[in-house]
Ligand binder design. Structure first.
Ligand SMILES: [Zn+2]
Length: 225
């Protein structure tokens, strides 16, 4: 969910341009109503924290400080960051925390991030589905958390509200296709549908996926059942 830095060669400003806003014209044609705007975001690696873990990392009772709002209502990139330590002592520093707090802490990495950390078997999961996933050690300014599980590659997914879902004729958990046009364009065949009344139509992919399809250069996007 967080469009932060992808690698040292790309500035934060450029990465934030990765946000594409293209209207799905075929929907408008189909039913004559205003079509929802499809926005595709590349989520750089990040962490969601539980109350208990934030207490350990930043001190008891610490509250996250919103730095900037994310596209989905109520979500934000916090000012707080942590350091992630892999199994052989390799680290990823400045890992951004996204708010609000969650019931369980979760670290979302792209495959490239996982390999650089020494984790070769990070599974692709939907957010919150953490049983049996890898753990990691997290360092904050006030303490350490040893996560027993919770490190995932987030499965590419599309957020939408029930009205959008009706237009696409999809239900919770269905898989859709996202075609990204362009010089290195490609089609993602397993885009998981996540429906919530508060959601705006929005695909989340990780930075490896965004780089593979040249998202920042994409001229067209198409989401289909
Ligand atoms: Zn998402």
């Amino acid at each position: 969910m967080y469009s932060g830095s992808v690698n040292p060669g790309i500035s934060r400003t450029v990465v934030e341009d990765i946000v594409r806003q293209i209207t799905l014209e075929y929907l408008a044609k189909k039913n004559g109503k205003a079509a929802p705007t499809l926005v595709v975001h590349a989520s750089a690696r990040h962490m969601h924290v539980s109350r208990e873990d934030l207490d350990k990392l930043y001190g008891p009772g610490h509250e996250l400080t919103p730095d900037r709002p994310l596209y989905q209502e109520g979500n934000y990139a916090a000012k707080e960051t942590v350091t992630l330590v892999g199994p052989r002592g390799r680290v990823i520093s400045n890992l951004r925390i996204l708010g609000p707090m969650r019931k369980q802490s979760q670290v979302e990495l792209a495959f490239t991030d996982a390999i650089s950390l020494g984790l070769n078997d990070v599974p692709i999961r939907l957010s919150g589905d953490l049983a049996g996933t890898a753990g990691a050690v997290i360092l904050g300014p006030k303490g350490v958390v040893e996560l027993k599980e919770g490190v995932i590659r987030a499965a590419i997914h599309v957020h939408m509200n029930p009205e959008d879902a009706a237009q696409f004729a999809v239900k919770q958990g269905d898989l859709m296709k996202l075609h990204v046009g362009g010089a290195s364009g490609l089609t993602f065949n397993r885009v998981h549908v996540r429906i919530d009344p508060t959601s705006k139509l929005n695909v989340h992919m990780d930075t490896d996926e965004a780089n593979a399809c040249g998202l920042h250069l994409a001229k067209e996007l198409e989401l289909t059942k």
